[in-house]
Design a protein around this ligand. Structure first.
Ligand code: ZN
Length: 398
């Protein structure tokens, strides 16, 4: 939110500035922010400007302001662990702690952030100059055997529920695992029904095609793909085919395009690299018992180690143009009322030419060049996700 009057003055003289001005005027939401993961890092400060080169992060308050990102869905992400009693308890505790960290962020910076619960909150919060914090769940595994725990997450403010992550869980099949339930499990069907009853948005990103189909069939409200790409552009199971995108749109839903490298282009398997990255991350994983200085030293070592791994096991990297080819494919297919942005920042997103949230005005700039109007871009950048949220809320029964 920078002075629009100042920008308007510049606009007349400079068309690029005019587009930047439009981008800053638009209410921009990203429907999948993994930034809450940064909040658990001792000493990491949301209000300070960081850089991907320094600590691999992609979103903080100063960079949100610079990139014109008004907010989005902050994900309570839990990695898929073992589905035994101990694993489920650990997942439950991790998710509640993450939810607490999101609330602590907002409580600590009431002038900069505000929790949002219904679609109407977004414009009001943006108008007050604050960032909009909706919450989502990525991976419902923390609910364990007790679907009713979703009510507690709802009370905490969660309004979108992604059922599954990289692996199958008790609720259904993952796009990146072998079919086990042939879609949703019986508990997954219960979860869809309760999500609907509460007025939460059902999120099919990471879920298998069968789960998508069954969710579409079961849900009273439109559903969302909070961070997914187009399979017609790049054939990867995490992306979705044209027929399904059309069905999603016909029901009023939206696909929010992901910028996760391995879903945008072919990345040949490199088990040696994966093993080395996993070992490094395991060795340097943040711990709440670290001092800020220890955490900072670990971050530096992680960045250095990742640079060494990139040099030793190079990996092809998608470009901004490749990202935009997923965006424009979806736009050509279903139009600007059913496409948006879910870049997966701080969760593996980012491409050459769009490395962090400061680069998102480039998306607007490109779409303006392609002829999209400000009102179409307003839907693309936030209106579509908010419409899905509103429709889900209106279809609630509890
Ligand atoms: Zn994800």
């Amino acid at each position: 939110m920078i002075g629009t009057a100042a920008l308007a003055g510049l606009s007349a003289a400079c068309p690029v500035r005019a587009q930047t001005g439009m981008h800053q005027r638009l209410l921009c939401l990203d429907t999948h922010l993994d930034t809450p993961a940064s909040l658990a890092r001792p000493g990491w400060e949301m209000m300070k400007r960081h850089s991907r080169d320094q600590d691999l992060t992609q979103v903080d308050y100063p960079r949100m302001v610079e990139g014109g990102l008004d907010g989005g869905f902050f994900a309570i992400y839990t990695p898929q662990g073992p589905l035994d009693a101990a694993g489920m308890l650990a997942a439950r505790d991790a998710a509640f702690l993450r939810a607490m960290e999101i609330r602590e962020l907002v409580a600590a910076h009431p002038g900069q952030f505000e929790l949002a619960f219904v679609a109407e909150d977004a414009a009001r919060i943006a108008a007050s100059g604050k960032r909009i914090v909706y919450q989502s769940i990525e991976n419902a595994s923390p609910l364990g055997d007790d679907v009713s725990l979703l009510r507690v997450f709802y009370r905490l403010g969660v309004r979108m529920v992604g059922f599954i992550h990289f692996k199958n869980n008790q609720f259904g099949d993952s796009a990146t695992d072998k079919p086990q339930w042939n879609g949703l499990s019986p508990k997954g069907r219960e979860l869809a029904a309760l999500g609907n009853d509460l007025g939460m948005v059902l999120d099919a990103s990471h879920a298998s095609d069968d789960v998508f189909d069954q969710m579409m069939e079961l849900s009273r409200a439109p559903i969302i793909l909070s961070h997914s790409g187009c399979r017609a552009v790049h054939n990867h199971p995490r992306n979705i085919d044209d027929d399904r995108i059309k069905k999603l749109a016909a029901k009023g839903g939206t696909i929010q395009i992901n910028s996760y490298n391995a879903y945008l282009i072919d990345v040949p398997p490199n088990p040696e690299r994966d093993k080395t990255v996993a070992a490094l991350r395991q060795k340097l994983r943040p711990s709440p018992n670290q001092t800020a200085a220890e955490a900072e030293a670990a971050r530096r070592e992680l960045v250095k180690g990742m640079n060494e791994i990139d040099a030793r096991y190079p990996e092809p990297r998608a470009t901004f143009d490749m990202y935009m080819s997923h965006v424009t494919h979806a736009l050509d297919l279903v139009g600007p009322d059913h496409v948006g942005v879910g870049c997966d920042w701080d969760g593996g997103g980012g491409v050459t030419g769009m490395e962090d949230v400061t680069s998102i005005p480039k998306i607007t700039e490109r779409l303006v060049k392609l002829g999209y109007t400000e009102s179409q871009l307003s839907n693309f950048w936030g209106g579509n996700a908010l419409r899905v949220l509103k429709t889900a809320h209106e279809a609630r029964k509890i």
